[in-house]
Design a protein around this ligand. Structure first.
Ligand code: G6P
Ligand code: MG
Length: 219
């Protein structure tokens, strides 16, 4: 294992609740609909614009607005979201992650972020983790979102490690699929039924250690 490719939302910190809060407010204010709780997990790993389109579809308004109006709504959601994540601090890092990053650094494993979020650099900054990563793949530069492999390929390229020498860590089904399509080894965090396609699954980030990742890689 020469590189580890990290999803961010749901692996390094819990932003799903903030995404959901911002989307819910947008849906209520601009579309007059209430989002069901299932949207919190349904939108994991889904890009901003794809999430917006899913919400419009749910509201049965997919043809009501121009592309510019849809963009403006997605931008408004991001402003609401930024207010939430602006409050993040080091205490919001999931358990076990800081220890894992230290262990990987000691073992000279390169670390890259493969998040669909354009806010990933800002979030890492707020958590005090920006310096721990060798690279952050830019989702604006890749053609296809997860489950396509693009963002993981870009994350591996940015640390100059072949994807087959990398382990990817994901909490979303679409993300696990993306890791596998990129040719890397997938470690899932969460429910093993949801993440069946992963090479290995842990229930929580606390269980993520260098040795667990190394074992998954050698399996
Ligand atoms: C992650 C989250 C998604 C989010 C996407 C884009 O994948 O799991 O819920 O929509 O990033 O985030 P952004 O911060 O760019 O709007
Ligand atoms: Mg995620």
């Amino acid at each position: 294992m020469q590189g580890v490719l990290f999803d961010l939302d749901g692996v390094i910190t819990d932003t799903a609740k903030f995404h959901f809060k911002a989307w819910s407010r947008l849906a209520k204010e601009k579309l007059g609909v209430t989002l069901p709780a299932s949207f919190e997990s349904d939108l994991k790993g889904i890009s901003r614009i794809d999430s917006m389109n899913r919400i419009l579809k749910f509201a049965k308004m997919e043809n009501k607005y121009s592309a510019d109006e849809v963009d403006a709504m997605a931008q408004y959601k991001n402003e609401l979201y930024l207010k939430e994540i602006g409050k993040l601090t080091q205490t919001d890092i999931f358990p076990g992650i800081e220890n894992l990053l230290d262990e990987l650094a000691v073992n000279k494993v390169k670390l890259s972020v493969a998040s669909a979020s354009k806010n990933a650099p800002f979030i890492l900054e707020k958590l005090g983790l920006r310096e721990q990563f060798d690279a952050i793949a830019d989702p604006a530069k890749v053609a296809h979102g997860k489950p396509a492999p693009d963002i993981f390929l870009e994350a591996a390229a940015k640390i100059d490690v072949d994807p087959t020498k990398c382990v990817g860590i994901e909490d979303a089904k679409a993300g696990v699929e993306a890791i596998k399509s990129a040719g890397a080894v997938a470690v899932g965090v969460g429910d093993s039924n949801d993440l069946k396609e992963a090479d290995s699954v842990v229930a929580s980030t606390e269980e993520l250690t260098y040795s667990v990742l190394e074992q998954a890689f050698r399996k």
